[in-house]
Write a protein that binds this ligand. Structure first.
Ligand code: ADP
Length: 398
């Protein structure tokens, strides 16, 4: 079976086509600047040269049609006809409390995703555009939605509630949901497979550290806590997001700087984190480069980033009452040995001992980076959210 995985944003759309029985990616690519006459489509077919074209693509329906045209194109395609695509899986950011797992799309599911627009005003509308665009181009092809929040729906009330008037939860669903669930789920499963131990017997702290970043406490394969909350702003310091702070800063800053609520929200989401402290960049590679060149603001940003992550790992070891393995994933987690080293250096009280050689450059793929004597296994597991979406889609459609 061939499964097409779609990750739709408001003006972009990423895709991967899987040949499921071999777990092979037949093609992948993305459409950027949807809505403009200079939209850019890049397409990478397996075993053929990459293609990129600039054209007018005014909506998601047209974007999907262009992608399908390329997938069956005589030179650039990998299929004979679009009918060879038997199912489509979509990434949806917010499933609220309605979705604890992936589901097949029907009218009720679409209605529910629409009802959740309030909780994810930027992301869920885009996902629905993607679903409708597939429906318009491929009528009758089964679709599945996979939610970033679903894996964390196993959190207990003590972890997901905020200590605020409970009417806010009852009336407006103000609670913690958590995100990156597909990634935390994937790396948890892979960690158990790597360690050749049953997931049900493991206490894991998984760290998805990319542009956005979150940690999760995973007990026996179930998320019991995670650092992002009602929105992805809570928790760790990130590329451009502040993560945890005193909420009183919001009204104080509004008063002092004469800012509106939406300006403060934009400041905390888009102009904080590594970017704000370094005054340089939200990109960890640039931060590390500047540190090497002696930039003290970059060094401070890095230190804060690592410190805040280390504190969360300690908190989650407490939430789990122990930790068998610590897992790093996503852009920074997979690639920055400096960050992993800075975080693990002072977790020795928990039994974490890094092997600095194995942690170093030159190693790729799933790997153990802890010393043989370490009581806690430290692993790097490259994430693969698209494969999880394809796998759930296949399981629900087969
Ligand atoms: P997203 O959250 O957008 O999916 P990624 O998971 O791709 O992001 O992570 C992007 C981050 O990973 C950027 O901060 C980037 O600098 C960082 N990164 C990628 N490669 C390296 C590297 N070799 N060393 C340090 N950081 C890296």
């Amino acid at each position: 079976m061939n499964v097409l995985v779609i990750n739709a944003g408001s003006s972009s759309l990423k895709y991967q086509l899987y040949f499921m029985s071999e777990g092979r990616v037949l093609a992948k690519g993305k459409v950027e600047r949807i809505g403009m006459d200079t939209a850019l489509l890049t397409h990478e077919p397996e075993g053929k040269p990459d293609v990129s074209e600039v054209s007018e693509i005014l909506d998601h329906t047209t974007a999907i049609r262009r992608v399908l045209d390329l997938l069956v194109h005589p030179q650039h395609g990998v299929l004979k006809t679009a009918a060879e695509i038997e199912a489509v899986g979509h990434r949806v950011v917010h499933g609220g409390e309605s979705f604890r797992a992936s589901v097949r799309v029907d009218e009720d599911v679409k209605r529910e995703i629409r009802r959740l627009f309030d909780l994810a005003p930027l992301h869920n509308p885009a996902a629905l555009l993607g679903i409708n665009a597939v429906e318009a181009n491929m009528p009758g092809v089964p679709q599945v939605v996979v939610f970033d929040t679903a894996f964390h729906q196993t959190m207990p009330p003590a972890a997901y509630l905020y200590p605020v008037p409970m009417a806010l939860y009852r009336k407006h669903k103000v609670r913690r949901y958590g995100f990156h669930g597909t990634s935390h789920h994937y790396v948890s499963e892979r960690a158990a497979a790597f360690l050749e131990r049953p997931l049900a017997a493991l206490k894991l702290v998984t760290c998805h550290i990319g542009n956005g970043a979150s940690c999760a406490a995973v007990l026996g394969g179930r998320s019991i806590d995670t650092s992002m909350g009602m929105t992805p702003l809570e928790g760790l310091m990130m590329g451009t997001r502040s993560g945890d702070l005193d909420p009183a800063i919001v009204p104080y800053t509004m008063g002092k700087e004469e800012l509106t609520l939406s300006e403060v929200s934009s400041m905390l989401n888009k102009h904080s984190g590594l970017q704000a402290v370094s005054g340089l960049s939200s990109d960890m590679r640039e931060i590390e480069g500047a540190m090497d060149a002696g930039d003290s603001n970059a060094a401070l940003a890095f230190e804060m980033y690592a410190y805040r992550l280390r504190k969360y790992i300690g908190a989650y070891a407490a939430a789990l009452n122990g930790m068998d393995a610590l897992v790093f994933t996503a852009g920074v987690g997979e690639n920055s040995e400096r960050l992993r080293s800075a975080v693990c250096r002072e977790l020795t009280f928990l039994g974490v001992e890094l092997d600095e050689v194995k942690n170093g450059r030159g190693y790729k793929g799933e790997r153990r980076i802890s010393a043989a004597s370490s009581r806690v296994e430290v692993l790097v597991i490259p994430t693969n959210e698209e494969w999880m979406i394809a796998r759930d889609t296949y399981a629900l459609v087969r």
